[in-house]
Design a protein around this ligand. Structure first.
Ligand code: GDP
Ligand code: K
Ligand code: MG
Length: 310
């Protein structure tokens, strides 16, 4: 019995939506590894993070956009422009909303931007695990005429409900195309970037509202080092030594991040290390520094230095 060769479908898909609707959670579920950082703090995702989903018959390259919202600083403007320019480069857009929230100004701002681009847009209603099934219809009602949606999918990115069904539909709709990346690649971001994002995630999670988004992390060096002796399992005693600097706007924020007797910084470091080790598949020694650079968000040179290239 001969089997006809199945066509391979592939493409680039941007994920947009208000902060905290679950974009990073979705990406991480699909890719199955921690590539986009998650926290309750808005706008923790600043750069384009690509998550690559590959099967025998499809490859979807996801781009988690930094967010589309009314800009109020140079950094905001940079982020919004970069998100919008991304939309013009992709094959499809996934617009995600939170089923628990009513449609608001933030959603409308994004919907208006989506009207200007001529790409298929999927409406994904996330966090359905948080609402009674009867309420779904009223959520749908709020959005159904806002745009001419390609498809509408209620999902739970956290629990996985309907995610596979959505992926199946999405890849079916994508054009026939090549496999852009090797199948074992999950992101095209250098490890340094992911490491910096993981440290920043811990800072935001642990300091909550005390340290706003005026925090950047720069990985200064990542070196493999040999220590004397052997490990208990007979393997060479090697580890990856990472030195990173946390950059803040104000001296008061530096104090908060270091904490009493260095306690906070130590906690940030140990939590970040716990996430970095499985990512690198290596033991890690993480050395953290804190530096104050006043108004770095409004200095183009500082923006470039911390990785926000234009
Ligand atoms: P982003 O800002 O859009 O990237 O949102 P995140 O992925 O960082 O998620 C924000 C918060 O919502 C986190 O606390 C997630 O755990 C939570 N979250 C994301 N998806 C779901 C979901 O499907 N159900 C529930 N209950 N929580 C979710
Ligand atoms: K977030
Ligand atoms: Mg995010």
């Amino acid at each position: 019995m001969t089997q006809e060769q199945q066509a391979f479908h592939s493409g680039f898909v941007a994920i947009v939506g208000r902060p905290n609707v679950g974009k990073s959670t979705f990406l991480n579920r699909v890719i199955g590894q921690k590539v986009a950082i998650m926290s309750n703090v808005a706008q923790t995702t600043r750069n384009k993070i690509q998550g690559i989903y590959t099967t025998n018959s499809e490859q979807i390259v996801f781009i988690d956009t930094p967010g589309i919202f009314k800009p109020s600083s140079k950094l905001d403007e940079f982020m919004v422009n970069s998100a919008i320019s991304t939309l013009n480069e992709v094959d499809a857009v996934l617009f995600m909303v939170n089923a628990q929230e009513t449609r608001g100004a933030g959603d409308n701002y994004i919907i208006d931007r989506l009207k200007d681009i001529h790409k298929p847009v999927y409406l994904v209603i996330n966090k359905i695990d948080q609402i009674h099934p009867d309420k779904l219809l009223s959520v749908l009602e709020q959005y159904k005429d806002a745009l001419s949606w390609k498809e509408v999918y209620p999902i739970s990115a956290l629990q996985g409900n309907n995610v596979d069904e959505f992926l199946g539909q999405l890849s079916k709709d994508l054009p026939e195309g090549p496999q852009y990346y090797p199948e074992d690649q999950i992101t095209d971001h250098p490890e340094r970037f992911v490491v910096a994002e993981l440290v920043r995630e811990k800072v935001l999670q642990l300091t909550r509202d005390e340290v706003p988004h005026s925090v950047a992390v720069e990985v200064e060096s990542m070196k493999r080092e040999s220590r004397p002796g052997k490990r208990a399992d007979g393997q060479p005693n090697e580890l990856v030594h990472i030195a990173a600097t946390i950059i803040v706007d104000r001296t008061s924020q530096k104090g908060i991040i270091i904490g009493k007797g260095g306690k906070m910084l130590k906690e940030i470091g140990s939590r970040a290390r716990a996430d970095i080790e499985p990512l690198l598949g290596d033991r890690v020694y993480l050395e953290l520094w804190v530096k104050v650079v006043q108004h770095w968000r409004d200095k183009p040179s500082a923006l470039r230095e911390y990785g926000y290239k234009s």
